[in-house]
Design a protein around this ligand. Structure first.
Ligand code: AMP
Ligand code: ZN
Length: 475
């Protein structure tokens, strides 16, 4: 079964056929680094990370590009507010972006280009658009002439004439059309700026993405992704300026994620429900956040609430319990190899394989992670239901492990071992055994105290008796 993706451009699910054999050029609009990223921004980052992993799992070589917008009005305003250089802002929040991605288990992209490294290329593209009549200059600003481009509105389904009729036209606006957008902006006093054929200035936001995408992927991308809010004007403008310059289609498949609300309300600073990743991670585990997103199809709206995240946590625990059982039984069998013949025809093995196929089919249906997760839970159910001591248990659990490791871990990015939790639990359990051993020794029950010490040694935990008590270490 081939992968089908919903293409915003055609409003249909289409067979996914990359332009160049096995290689997929995949660009996702990245963050504007003027603040910490929030739980809404995490949705495209996590979901497109999963798509990239799934494409790789399916055998594609993925050139995954996530840009960093490091020059933009919001950044300049923030720098003015704080009285610092704009680079102080962008460096701080770019570092924070990488740190948060790591905490959320989002793999680094193949490349994370920064807009300010491509100013020359942006100017070259703008010159091309001026030369071929798609752009015009007014007092150091350069605008894209949307009427000069035949397909303007084709992604968002907007009609220029209707847009114009409904637009409020600024009296001072000298633009040919109120929707003509800035390719280059003349610098205002005190703003960061670069030399250009049109005087000191800086690029517009849309041109940044076109240039970085084309630099790393050529004139036509396989996939361009972002949140639904970016369809208009950002992606519409990217198409117009790129295609007007190259004469080639800019992107084959457009993918857009739905929006995240907080308890039914739009997230906003004024409502006080603006949740940044660092604050969320103080309360919830990263893997639970990932499961929360995976439980919903990426194009649907998603609501973040205490209840939903608790549900995700409970779902994660079910998977973890199953995984812990697998690890325990496999470990036990390594110590005492069983001579049971491998029984690959056990019904459970067949059910596991059916669920694996169902996960792949769900993912091939426009990355339906919600449905795929349902099958992952079915796998956990099978694992929980089997008798550890049965002859076939090892074979079944090995099969389940393979599915959980590849699809659950590698593709969905779910961490099955909860390190923070296990670390503290291991410590508490060993402390308990230290206490029991001390009690046994006090009662001169040497047999029990030796048993505790020796059994722990066997599983890799050593006691160290000191004058002030007993401590322990791995080894
Ligand atoms: P921004 O930094 O606002 O440009 O957003 C970066 C990415 O996050 C874009 O792809 C946005 O569409 C996406 N995004 C922003 N807010 C939300 C939200 N509440 N829900 C889902 N995606 C969002
Ligand atoms: Zn973009």
């Amino acid at each position: 079964m081939t992968l089908k993706v919903y293409n915003t451009f055609t409003r249909k699910k289409e067979d996914f056929v990359p332009l160049h054999d096995n290689r997929v050029n995949f660009y996702s609009c990245g963050p504007t680094v003027y603040d910490y990223f929030h739980i809404g921004n995490a949705r495209p980052l996590i979901m497109f990370d999963v798509f990239r992993r799934y494409l790789e799992y399916s055998g594609y070589e993925v050139n995954y590009i996530v840009n960093i917008t490091d020059i933009d009005d919001k950044i300049i305003n923030r720098a003015i507010e704080e009285g610092v250089d704009f680079k102080d802002i962008t460096c701080k929040y770019t570092d924070a972006f990488y740190e948060d991605c790591e905490k959320l288990g989002i793999r680094p992209a193949t490349v994370h280009p920064r807009a300010t490294e491509f100013i020359d290329d942006m100017q070259k593209l703008i010159l091309r658009l001026l030369e071929n009549g798609h752009a015009y200059e007014i007092d150091g600003d350069v605008y894209f002439d949307i009427k000069s481009f035949n397909g303007y509105g084709k992604l968002s389904g907007r009609d220029i004439e209707q847009m114009q009729a409904g637009a409020r036209v600024d009296v001072n606006d000298q633009k040919k059309n109120p929707f003509d957008f800035a390719l280059w902006k003349a610098a205002k006093p005190g703003e960061p700026s670069w030399d250009s054929p049109w005087g000191q200035g800086r690029p517009g936001w849309h041109i940044e993405c076109s240039v970085m995408a084309m630099h790393y992927a050529g004139d036509t991308l396989d996939i361009h992704a972002g949140g639904q809010d970016l369809i208009f004007p950002h992606h519409e403008n990217e198409i117009a300026q790129s295609e007007a310059a190259t004469g080639k289609p800019f992107t084959k498949y457009w993918l857009h994620n739905g929006f995240l609300d907080i308890e039914g309300k739009k997230m906003s600073k004024s409502l006080g429900n603006f949740l940044i990743i660092n604050d969320i991670l103080k309360k919830y585990e990263s893997a639970a956040i990932r499961v929360f997103f995976l439980l919903k199809h990426y194009r649907s709206p998603i609501d973040f609430s205490e209840e939903r995240i608790q549900e995700a946590k409970a779902a994660l625990d079910r998977l973890r319990n199953a995984y812990a059982k697998i690890t325990r039984v496999i470990k036990k069998s390594e110590k005492a190899p069983s001579d049971n013949p491998a029984n690959l025809t056990a019904t459970e093995v067949i059910h596991l394989k059916q669920n694996k196929t169902a996960i792949i089919e769900s993912m091939n249906d426009d990355f339906n992670t919600a449905k795929a997760m349902g099958h992952l839970f079915d796998i956990a159910k099978i694992v929980n239901s089997i008798d550890e001591n049965a002859e076939t248990s090892l074979v079944i659990l090995q099969e389940a492990k393979e599915i959980l490791d590849t699809l659950g871990s590698d593709v969905f990015g779910i961490v099955f071992e909860s390190t923070a939790q296990t670390d503290s639990m291991v410590d508490e359990l060993v402390q308990l055994l230290i206490e029991l051993r001390a009690k046994a020794r006090k009662e001169k029950n040497w047999e029990l105290s030796d048993l505790i010490r020796n059994r722990l040694k066997e599983i890799g935990i050593t006691f160290e008796d000191r004058q002030d008590g007993t401590t322990w270490k791995f080894g």
